[in-house]
Design a protein around this ligand. Sequence first.
Ligand code: NAD
Length: 356
Amino acid sequence: MDSKIKVAVIGCGTIANSTHIPSYKNNARCEIKYFCDIIPERADAAVRKYGCGKAVYDYHEILGDPEVEAVSVCTPNKMHKEITIDFLRAGKNVLCEKPAARTYADALEMQQAQHETGKVLNIGVVNRFNSSVRKIRELIEAGALGEVYHVYASFRAQRSIPGIGGPFTTKAIAGGGALIDWGVHFLDIVMFCLGDPEPLTVSGRSFCKLGKDMKNYVYHKMWSEMTKDVENGTYDVDDSVTAFVRTAGPTITLNGAWAQNIGIGEMYIDFLGDKAGIRLTYGGNFTMWGTSGGALTEETFQFGANRMFEDEIDSFLRCIRTGEKLPSHIDKNILTSKLMQAIYDSSEQDREIDLR
Ligand SMILES: NC(=O)c1ccc[n+]([C@@H]2O[C@H](COP(=O)([O-])OP(=O)(O)OC[C@H]3O[C@@H](n4cnc5c(N)ncnc54)[C@H](O)[C@@H]3O)[C@@H](O)[C@H]2O)c1
């Protein structure tokens, strides 16, 4: 009997083509049965390019196929909730790209559907499969840093707004900008490594500044440029953000920018403990500083090739068979959605949000 898991990929854009589809293609546990995109040429192109599967332009056509067990949701954020819930209720297991949804309320609805159906719902918090991140979590848990009292996360680029005027910069589609798109990964790493300390209060401010005059926006680099629409598009999301979170454990400071008028980018997280401190370079290695026998110490931890996307997909497929609950399960990262919502709420309401 063919026990390969049949997969459907919903949304055949950037992330699907760069990570999900190649990871499924190279995984012996599965085969791709459907490529779905509302832009027919994209679904058709995937069938041609990967030499497998059937092109579909409306995901509802896949819901009733009993062979499909696993679904990757790789659409813009706006569609995450509806598509994910429809597939869960159709008895499928879902890996939904990050952020879970545009709002915390929507993420809670997705979590509720997971609880009711008992199917797998993992979110694409892919850094939970990164070797450096996992090692930092282990070191903190083992007490190697002593008491971790503060964490500082910085994700800032000079001028790197994605697809200006397109889905990424339209709040109704994306839910937000730099925070929900980049900050989601940083906050998620921090909470994962700290073992989810209870959040107490959140104060934040998000800014929509550098891209507002879309036609005259001068940029350093633009990713997802194919989605830009400066003539008719919208620009109403945060291009930078700052936040301060008090937890029952450490405090957390967050500074992020898709765009800033500073020519030096920063992508790192500092974990500050009373015995040792760690700087994690986002997506890369980390260094730990401390003391030993009256002398200063410095150790850099290096891991081989970063296979976090492959591991994320392989673990998703495996857990469908084994029933194990992965670190990317919605229950384990819903806190990230809660914190992002609190930062946006704090900014809009111009006050500190008490989460107790
Ligand atoms: N994990 C990561 O590091 C990472 C990186 C990039 C993007 N993402 C996430 O992946 C998602 C997609 O981002 P992207 O950059 O690939 O966007 P994209 O615009 O390149 O691709 C999205 C695709 O979804 C299709 N689509 C839209 N509505 C659909 C529907 N109802 N049914 C089927 N297809 C539909 C679009 O036509 C498009 O081809 C976003 O949620 C984004 O946050 C995650």
